[in-house]
Design a protein around this ligand. Structure first.
Ligand code: KIV
Ligand code: ZN
Length: 535
């Protein structure tokens, strides 16, 4: 464990939170975060107080390397960790990306299950032992803080896993993480596995044990909790539970489970839980992964009471039907309200309270958007401010922009749309199209303007806050150039928000395709091994 972190949180023993939103979470299909968005999320994770940020898998692409490096250089507080397979090149890349962090960590992994060893790695147990030894030894030459994971551990022979973890500890790994990679285990089985591991490998008690559970059977949080009760003092999780396939253990759920029941088990995290809702909204907005209304802790209905009996009870005494206080997770708290006459200073102050440092041109732009909004809405709330600042950030980092659109539609006329899109070269390209409705026509016109065929895979509209004058937020996920990508847009006009979201999704898809092409050209030229797919 790191010496500068307290082992306890008040009277409770501390469980460290290792956030993998930007690594395992980012491996979810259609998520395409750019470096600026990743830095923004990492800064918010630091405000939330997570102990470790797994910022990416640096060998996988130059873009991933650049983002991990940018986070290492700008975000202070948490440990910043880079993932690496056992190959020397992976470990060198991870170190290159994290070495400027205040507290860097290298996380290296190799599978210990026979099914992976035989079919994926196409090798044998002896080679796995050797690779684990060499990887941890090399990582430790570079970095003091090294984590080792035996991938697919829960489907592996516990004796062999103990042996490989023993090698990693002997070579200097300070954290041993036991992943339920395919979300297969159950709480009782995981407890038994970890208990047996402690018996077989007494040295495990000298390092930090970590758990990393996937949600394929809906047990990621339950399994992680079982792991903590069995002795783990680090939980790997992701905001909103995003991640490979069904996702990872949800950060907000495990954190609030530990907090809500801390008196019973004597364990807690060091998180500033009032930042949870804001972090969840930011991740949802940037990834395009919308949170379901009934999602525990952060869903829109997580604290809503529909039945008369419940409403009556809560009005008399909140704890009759609520086990948590919405304010403790940042819902309904610090609701800043600005009016039409609020000035630039009031806006800057409000943004700072929300954690956004916006200055210079960005502040002018945010102020312009705020004034436009204040002309249309009676009151501009913190939720609106968050939405427009995130939208501005996206606009600034995007290479294609919606310049204008026109659309005609109605029950007595065929929909027809025309659009102008500004390209990365600064030119305006135009397109027109009919469609099944006004949104479809605008989407067709955008495809014509940028000369790209797209297949729409998801289209979601939601309101920011409440009321007739609420801002509309649109998420589009589409496939173009063989790549799934998402984009978001915010406006009081749903068609405008849809058009912005569509242009941004295409821009992300084109960007991804261009990066992939550049990577494969570079890889061919260097005759080096191509960047690996994620674990
Ligand atoms: O699920 C998994 O096994 C992983 C490892 C890289 C820790 O993500
Ligand atoms: Zn994983």
């Amino acid at each position: 464990m790191s010496a500068d972190r307290a082992e306890t949180t008040g009277p409770y023993e501390r469980v460290e939170i290792f956030d993998t939103t930007l690594r395992d979470g980012e491996q979810s299909p259609g998520i395409s975060l750019n470096t600026q968005e990743k830095v923004e999320i990492a800064s918010q994770l630091a405000r939330l107080g997570v102990d470790v940020i797994e910022a990416g898998f640096p060998i996988t692409s130059p873009g991933d390397f650049e983002a991990v490096q940018a986070i290492s250089r700008t975000v202070s507080g948490p440990v910043v960790c880079g993932l690496a397979r056992t190959q020397k090149g992976d470990i060198d890349a991870a170190w290159g990306a994290v070495k400027d962090a205040e507290r860097p960590r290298i996380h290296t992994f190799i599978s210990t299950s026979d099914i992976h060893i035989e079919h994926q790695l196409r090798t044998d147990r002896d080679d796995v032992r050797g690779q684990a030894r060499a990887a941890v030894a090399h990582a430790r030459e570079l970095c003091e803080d090294v984590e080792f994971s035996p991938m697919d551990a829960t489907r592996a022979d516990v004796g062999f896993t103990a042996e490989v973890c023993g090698i990693a500890i002997a070579e200097g790994a300070g954290v041993i993480n036991i992943p339920d990679t395919v979300g297969y285990t159950t709480p009782a089985e995981y407890t038994a596995y970890l208990t047996r591991l402690y018996e077989l490998l007494p040295e495990l008690a000298d390092v930090r044990l970590s758990v990393h559970c996937h949600d394929d059977l809906g047990l990621a949080v339950a399994n992680s909790f079982a792991g903590v009760l069995a002795g783990a003092r680090q939980v790997e999780c992701a905001v909103n539970g995003i991640g490979e396939r069904a996702g990872n253990c949800s950060l907000e759920e495990i954190v609030m489970l530990l907090r809500t029941r801390r008196v019973d088990h004597g364990l807690d995290t060091g998180l500033e839980t009032t930042e949870i809702a804001r972090t969840s909204r930011m991740v949802s907005r940037f990834t395009g992964y919308v949170v379901q209304p009934n999602k525990a802790v952060v869903g829109r209905n997580a604290f809503a009471h529909e039945s008369g009996i419940h409403q009556d009870g809560v009005l008399k005494e909140r704890t009759t039907f609520e086990i948590m206080d919405a304010r403790d997770v940042g819902l309904d708290s610090n609701q800043i309200v600005l009016g039409k006459h609020s000035g630039r200073h009031a806006l800057k102050d409000a943004l700072e309270q929300l954690g956004f440092v916006v200055e210079g041109n960005a502040l002018n732009q945010a102020f312009k958007r705020f004034k436009e909004l204040a002309d249309k809405k009676k009151q501009v709330t913190s939720l609106d401010l968050e939405a427009i600042v995130s939208d501005e950030m996206r606009e600034a980092s995007q290479k294609y922009e919606l310049a204008w659109f026109e659309v005609e539609a109605g029950t007595r006329r065929e929909p027809a749309a025309r659009v102008g899109v500004t390209t990365p070269a600064g030119e305006e390209v135009q397109g027109s199209s009919g469609g099944d409705g006004p949104v479809d026509a605008v989407f067709g016109a955008i495809q014509a303007a940028v000369d790209t065929r797209c297949e729409l895979s998801r289209y979601l509209v939601s309101a920011v806050g409440e009321g007739d004058d609420a801002l509309g937020e649109v998420t589009v996920m589409l496939r173009a150039h063989g790549r799934l990508a998402s984009g978001q847009g915010v406006s009081t006009d749903i068609i405008e928000a849809s058009a912005q979201a569509y242009v941004r999704a295409i821009a992300n898809a084109l960007d991804g395709a261009a990066v992939r092409e550049a990577e494969s050209v570079a890889a061919d030229a260097a005759s080096a091994s191509p960047f690996p797919p994620g674990p």
